[in-house]
Design a protein around this ligand. Structure first.
Ligand SMILES: C[S@@+](CC[C@H](N)C(=O)[O-])C[C@H]1O[C@@H](n2cnc3c(N)ncnc32)[C@H](O)[C@@H]1O
Length: 341
């Protein structure tokens, strides 16, 4: 066999995209099985790994060979594999771990709607709802295991973007901050650490706060500066802070639902307070942006959307806020600052 595969003809991007879809699902397998964790001590053969995972040896070998061909894992000539700099990020609990992210995107929640993408394109409705008969978050409430997978993926993402968001805005100036729909509390923990004078409240659904307590991101030195409050933001947002933050919350919902949430925030926020939205930056036309990918995912998964700053300005104006400024961050997020009017 030759050592170098011939390069693809133009248009290479189309062929590469087809490959990336296969690569993604193969990465899901490695993340789900926990291959990178098993390789922590060094080389392991596909046969040993297959035996441990109770999967088909030949199939696992072919999956790992593909990943090794892309620099994710390294293969020797005896069908053994070890971690690389890249696969280290598939290990559990390491800084910057993305294991939960791949488990989520390949899960029964996130992946099947992409097989029904035409439904969403034809109707504008989320294919997730078409498949389960209920909206995405209701589906998660009914499937606690999937809800945990979802929360863990959000934690991976906020672990990655948390420091950039914490550094991009003077949260400390407000004295108190409620992270509404704050998930496991990882973002709030980054913000509280970066702003030592700040007191924080994590608000989310009851069962999500149970996970947050298990994870303990707000324990230790943050215990005295943080509390948790259960809420259903369609009914009520708890009062008590001057600043209110929602990261990747409004993007989950259509305009009407968003207006209900924002209206409840308006009732909770004092007149001298602030509302902060951390959302994906869409950047300009023809510019690659994570937000443009997540926008299509929102169409399928929740019926939400990513919005431009002007679209946020309009949405906020209709719910009693004036968009003051959008702060860029070192991640692909913007922090949108809005004042009550
Ligand atoms: C996309 S996640 C974002 C989590 C977190 N802010 C982050 O960026 O990592 C949306 C969050 O909204 C919460 N959520 C969904 N419906 C809710 C409701 N009705 N009331 C309160 N929180 C809700 C979910 O539990 C979840 O934590």
């Amino acid at each position: 066999m030759t050592q170098q595969a011939p390069s693809n003809p133009v248009p290479a991007i189309l062929l590469r995209t087809r490959e990336l879809f296969i690569l993604h699902q193969t990465l899901y397998v490695a993340a789900k099985l926990g291959v990178a964790d098993r390789l922590e001590q060094g080389w392991r053969s596909a046969a040993e790994l297959a035996q441990e995972f109770k999967v088909n040896e030949d199939a696992l070998y072919r999956a790992l060979r593909l990943l090794a061909s892309q620099g994710i894992f390294e293969e020797d000539n005896a069908r053994s594999f070890r971690n690389t700099e890249i696969s280290n990020f598939l290990r559990t609990g390491v800084p910057g771990s993305m294991r939960s992210l791949f488990i989520y995107w390949g899960s029964d929640f996130a992946y099947p709607p992409f097989g029904q993408i035409m439904h969403s394109i034809e109707t504008g409705e989320p294919s997730r709802t078409f498949l389960s008969g209920v909206d995405g978050f209701e589906h998660l409430r009914r499937n606690p295991e999937l809800a945990r997978v979802f929360d863990n993926a959000m934690t991976n993402m906020s672990q990655l973007s948390g420091p950039a968001i914490a550094a991009a805005y003077d949260f400390g100036a407000w004295g108190s901050l409620m992270d509404v729909g704050g998930g496991n509390g990882i973002l709030l923990s980054h913000i509280l650490r970066a702003h030592p004078g700040l007191r924080g409240v994590l608000a989310d659904q009851d069962q999500v706060l149970d996970h947050a307590r298990e994870h303990g991101y707000l324990n230790g030195d943050l215990r005295t500066r943080s509390t948790m409050e259960a809420c259903n933001f369609f009914e009520h947002v708890p009062p008590g802070c001057r600043a209110y933050l929602m990261k990747n919350v409004i993007h989950d919902w259509d305009d009407e639902q968003s207006r209900t949430i924002l209206g409840n925030c308006r009732k909770a926020i004092p007149n001298d307070g602030v509302l902060l939205l951390a959302e994906w930056d869409l950047f300009g036309e023809n510019v690659p942006a994570n937000g443009k990918f997540i926008d299509v995912a929102m169409l399928l998964l929740t019926g939400g959307r990513e919005r431009s700053v002007d679209e946020y300005r309009e949405l906020l104006a209709s719910t009693g806020f004036r968009l003051n400024k959008a702060f860029p961050t070192a991640a692909q997020f913007a922090v949108i600052e809005a004042f009550p009017v």
